[in-house]
Design a protein around this ligand. Structure first.
Ligand code: SAM
Length: 336
């Protein structure tokens, strides 16, 4: 059985299957005018962390080794009339002096997607795809959704990465939210022709600093088993991790892997604290703060599934994580 720390969130998030959003009737979102952004997508009902909001196949997809929209306008001609019409209605921020409209629409609306669902496929050159509804989702550097491409069903899945009340605009990221804000700005302006005014971009120095701390937290979150073996949980460890959670939430980065790592850490700390309290070890039980073991486990499960993990796989990983924590604590107790 692998050590808990040998599981990385990226490995746990394997393939899975979900239903098509055409089965939602009516759709749980609407497309409407958003001040200074053109059209956008708005939640029609309340969503909780992990809820699946949209499942959609692309209108048009180009593979990395094949032609592109610029070299093969025939790909557009082969579309059925309804899809052609939908494509032509999509936004285009590129003037004709820069590129033909078909290309401008593609560049305004395309997402990179991977041809395969294998965990290491991120290194492969991506396909690019344009969607009817999903391409209406505007950008935020603190997005409230997770975007997951399922190569096995050739569909993009959009899920909530935190609670989204009805009436809230759904957002995604067009550029890596961990890039420094100046770099994000430059590409958003060059490709998408807008200036981002999300809270992070309005306060770039403070936000860049907080995001850097989160990026650097990876090492701090990697020694769970070693810790459980040598010491009962100190209130500082929990406080440190709750501080990271607060940072993720302040920066609105629940769509990122750091959130999964923080939740897993909190889940394991809470589990060990609960074990210690049950066994009457120290007065650790009185230090328990936050959502507790079951609460963090529920949140992590929802987050993992929104990122592509299968229910059965998640259940297996949870059992292994519990077992590793139990073994680590009992080794510490017996000096093993
Ligand atoms: C993929 S489209 C999104 C849907 C588009 N708003 C529409 O009307 O169809 C990308 C374009 O939307 C606009 N957009 C996206 N996010 C924005 C934001 N945060 N602020 C302002 N404009 C944004 C920009 O014009 C960008 O080029």
């Amino acid at each position: 059985m692998p050590e808990v720390d040998e599981f990385d969130e990226e490995d746990i998030l394997s393939d899975g299957v979900a239903s098509d959003s055409d089965s939602y009737s009516p759709k749980p979102y609407r497309i409407q005018e958003i001040p200074s952004k053109g059209l956008g997508v708005v939640a029609a009902i309340d969503f909780a962390l992990g809820d699946l909001i949209i499942v959609e196949s692309p209108l048009l997809l180009f593979r990395p080794e094949g032609p592109t929209i610029s070299s093969d306008l025939g790909a557009f001609e082969k579309l059925e009339d309804g899809k052609k019409e939908a494509y032509m209605k999509l936004d285009n921020v590129h003037p004709e002096s820069e590129c033909p409209p078909l290309v401008g629409i593609f560049n305004t609306n395309a997402y990179d997607v991977q041809e395969s669902d294998h965990a290491d496929s991120d290194d492969d050159p991506p396909c690019v795809a344009v969607f009817n509804d999903i391409s209406r989702i505007n950008h935020s550097c603190s997005p409230n959704t997770i975007r997951l491409w399922r190569a096995s069903s050739s569909a993009m899945h959009i899920s909530a990465c935190r609670a989204i009340p009805a009436g809230t605009e759904l957002t995604t990221y067009y550029r890596d939210p961990f890039l420094p804000s100046s770099e994000r700005h430059a590409t958003l302006l060059a490709i998408y022709k807008f200036r981002c005014v999300c809270p992070s971009c309005l306060n770039p120095a403070a936000s860049d600093n907080r995001r850097l701390r989160l990026r650097q937290s990876r090492g701090r979150l990697a020694d769970l088993v070693a810790w459980a073996r040598v010491a009962p949980p100190s209130p500082d460890l929990l406080a440190d991790t709750l501080e990271l959670l607060a940072l993720v939430q302040e920066e609105g980065l629940e769509s990122q892997h750091v959130y999964g790592r923080v939740l897993r850490h909190l889940m394991c700390i809470s589990y060990v604290m609960q074990m210690c309290a049950e066994e009457g070890e120290d007065d650790i039980g009185s230090n328990v703060e936050g959502e507790g073991y079951e609460g963090y486990k529920r949140m992590l499960r929802a987050w993992r599934m929104a990122n592509g993990a299968e229910e059965v796989g998640v259940g297996r990983v949870e059992l292994a994580e519990e077992e590793m924590m139990r073994v680590a604590v009992s080794r510490r107790r017996t000096g093993g």
